[in-house]
Design a protein around this ligand. Structure first.
Ligand code: SF4
Length: 366
């Protein structure tokens, strides 16, 4: 994945150890991996594979399926054979489902320590995961924290969530198991942010980040961005899931957009466009729509600024890799901070694409 040269570099990535999940390595300096979860009955092999293929098509890099019943565990091998991304099993309540899932060629198992039962049951799952070489996510959730921690802290606050995670890490480590990824999810943005910050101060296991039960888009995407941006900007987070009500496919674009906006994973052109106002000198909406179409599918970490008049246009254009400042039905075109030419409004998009091709040639060995 290409990264832009940042003028303001931001906080460095929190140092975490690497955990291999099938073909994807989570943690270390690897890109923050985007994942999602199916909404089908896992035992509906055909339906589940179809949804996973749609997620893969959208760019999903790891996928999780729920395993509440023996027939769901029974479907895992068939599903795994037909998909191209690592398969994760999600276990709640029944440690026997975890043990069954581990008999299949899965790539990771997710356990909720708050509802898996006694420590001995958790140890049995850890031992089997270790024997099979399968990593585990210890998925703490504020909504299902262990009773003793809820009593100790009175409510599922960040320290309670972190204590739950550390307790289970300690148990797993005592079995010699360290292929661990941790999540500390809450539907409360403030609780989630502080829980991840606190955990990062104490531990170098990679984290799966997300705001759980965010609800229905578009608010759910905004809420997820509000919670995940502070975490990502602190350099925390090694894999991400945006939890949206309904079809999971839009989760993928939302995750990549949040990673792009926080500059943690820049992989497509960043289009800077003004909101327009009464000073507008060109048909900016038409130009942006055309540009979006022409840029679609381009995996380039380039900043393109298209502003509707000369108020901020030249300044933004100079700071971008390629920029347009409009005025009097014309566009001043900038590349790498220099004005390179002036074109009529109808030629702006073509001219911009030509300058982009030049920028690509100039930067391909960067
Ligand atoms: Fe208005 Fe010009 Fe600002 Fe665009 S750049 S919002 S047209 S003042």
């Amino acid at each position: 994945v290409l990264e832009t040269a940042q003028k303001v570099p931001g906080k460095p990535r929190h140092k975490t150890r690497e955990v291999k999940v099938g073909s994807v390595v989570i943690g270390g300096s690897n890109p923050v991996a985007v994942q999602s979860m199916t909404t089908t009955d896992t035992f509906d092999v055909e339906g589940t594979i179809k949804q996973i293929h749609a997620l893969e098509e959208a760019g999903c890099e790891l996928v999780r399926v729920t395993v509440p019943k023996p027939e769901d565990a029974g479907a895992l091998t068939q599903i795994k054979q037909k998909i191209g991304i690592p398969l994760i099993c999600d276990i709640h309540f029944d440690y026997k489902m975890a043990l069954s899932a581990l008999d299949h060629p899965i790539d990771k198992i997710r356990i909720n320590p708050g509802n898996i039962g006694t420590e001995e049951r958790f140890r049995q799952v850890v031992r089997k995961a270790k024997d099979k070489g399968i990593p585990m996510r210890i998925g703490v959730n504020a909504g299902s924290l262990e009773r003793d921690l809820c009593e100790k802290y009175e409510f599922p606050c960040p320290p309670a969530m972190v204590e739950s995670a550390l307790r289970h890490i300690e148990t797993a480590e005592s079995e010699g198991f360290r292929d661990i990824i941790v999540s500390l999810k809450s539907s409360d943005v403030l609780v989630a942010v502080e829980a991840y910050r606190l955990f990062a101060k104490m531990c170098d296991y990679p984290t799966h980040i997300g705001i759980t039960e965010a609800g229905k888009p578009p608010y759910a995407v905004t809420k997820s961005a509000a919670g995940l941006a502070p975490i990502l900007l602190d350099g925390i987070g090694d894999t991400i899931r945006i939890s949206l009500l309904g079809n999971p496919v839009p989760e993928i674009a939302a995750a990549f957009d949040i990673l792009q906006a926080t500059q943690r994973r820049v992989r497509r052109p960043e289009l800077i466009a003004c909101p327009t106002c009464g000073r507008l000198a060109i048909d900016l909406e038409k130009i942006i729509a055309e540009l979006e179409g022409r840029l679609s599918g381009k995996r380039l970490p380039v900043k393109i600024s298209v502003l509707g008049c000369v108020v901020n246009g030249p300044g933004e254009a100079r700071e971008a890799d390629i920029g347009i400042a409009a005025g009097n039905g014309q566009g001043m075109i900038f590349r790498n901070g220099e004005m390179v030419r002036r074109v009529a409004e109808a030629e702006i998009v073509d001219a911009l694409m030509e300058e982009l091709a030049r920028w690509e040639t100039e930067n391909q060995h960067r």
